[in-house]
Ligand binder design. Structure first.
Ligand SMILES: [Zn+2]
Length: 349
């Protein structure tokens, strides 16, 4: 094992000694100088680098943002962190409990962030189960985020968290020492491309990178806005505990509004001038996209198959084929099969 191992805590340079990528310079820093990255819980002065905010994960998934710098991916690869040979046991479309990040951001984090420099602090359920200290930090770049959904955590039974399924494995780094990591970071920094934001993207990034005027974590408020525009249809979202505030809201408010948006997208216009800055920014963003990020599109397509209006009609999304009409014969067959099963079970007792 190399003497100066990059993934041992406390051996790296101080966070303020490492030049940040241009796309990270807008991030606030905690008193020690650590950048306050997009996906961690960040109530002012209670930033928690040892945790992930499920609400913030939902937000970055919805708007297709990097979980470190909060900026959009555009056509850059999406990177995930693993250790040693972990990735080889994850199948063709590996699934992560972390939201993906830019290449330069992943390499920057490997230099400064406690979460990458100390995997035991937080990374990966498998590692927290007390396996040996990993030796190689493996960064993997994927072409796309294939799906985002809720799933039971391997670590805490009965507690669902958001999972990111990645596809199109493109490139990897195997970093075994601080020297490796530094060289890779310096090269990525030289190649960094500027990300230009349009007006509504800028508003979303600004909101997410600061506390609300009331001094709360803005991720919680923006998650509500994300639900409206389609994240409400993220599979198994109701099982994710951190979403309780939304999933148990009166009259199923967030989900009803999300369904209304599917039926009447024009209705969104009125929210653009609304009082809540998060909802206004999210609405404006939604209305000005040429195409929506794939994950959000999937959620909305899925939602369109699940909701009906009072006349039994399903919403029609532009660019998608309407859901197949109800097959009454198939429904009858299924009901009969279920009834037979129930009968058989009763007999057994
Ligand atoms: Zn980034």
């Amino acid at each position: 094992m190399p003497q100066e191992n990059v993934i041992q805590a406390g051996r790296g340079p101080r966070p303020t000694e490492v030049p940040a990528p241009a796309r990270c310079t807008h991030l606030r820093r905690d008193p020690r100088g650590y950048p306050i990255i997009a996906a961690i819980p960040q109530e002012p002065s209670k930033e928690d680098y040892g945790a992930l905010s499920e609400q913030r994960k939902l937000v970055v998934a919805t708007f297709d943002l990097c979980a470190i710098c909060t900026m959009p991916f555009r056509d850059e690869l999406r990177w995930q962190v693993t250790f040693d040979d972990q990735l080889q046991h994850m199948g063709e479309t590996p699934t992560f409990n972390e939201a993906p990040v830019h290449e330069v951001c992943a390499l920057y984090a490997a230099q400064v962030c406690p979460f990458v420099s100390s995997p035991h602090a937080r990374l990966g359920d498998a590692f927290r189960k007390g396996q040996r200290r990993p030796e190689t930090l493996v960064l993997t770049g994927f072409d796309r985020t294939a799906a985002v959904f809720g799933r039971d955590s391997e670590l805490q039974v009965g507690k669902a968290i958001l999972m990111f399924e990645m596809a199109g494995l493109h490139r990897t780094y195997h970093l075994t020492g601080a020297g490796d990591a530094r060289d890779a970071y310096e090269a990525a920094l030289r190649d960094e491309t500027r990300i230009e934001l349009d007006d509504s993207e800028r508003r979303i990034v600004d909101i997410l990178c600061a506390p609300t005027p009331e001094g709360e974590d803005s991720g919680a408020v923006m998650a509500g806005a994300a639900l409206f525009i389609g994240a409400a249809f993220c599979p198994q979202i109701r099982r994710v505990q951190a979403m309780k505030k939304f999933t148990q809201a009166r009259d199923d408010f967030y989900f009803q509004l999300a369904a209304n948006f599917l039926f009447q997208p024009d209705m969104m216009a009125k929210f653009e001038d609304g009082e809540d800055p998060s909802t206004a920014a999210a609405t404006s963003w939604f209305r000005t996209r040429e195409s929506l990020p794939v994950v959000l599109q999937q959620w909305r397509t899925d939602g369109a198959r699940r909701v009906r209006d009072v006349t039994g009609r399903r919403p029609r999304l532009p660019g998608t084929t309407p859901a197949a009409p109800r097959d009454e014969a198939a429904i009858r067959r299924r009901k009969e099969a279920e009834a037979a099963l129930r009968k058989a079970r009763r007999k057994k007792r």
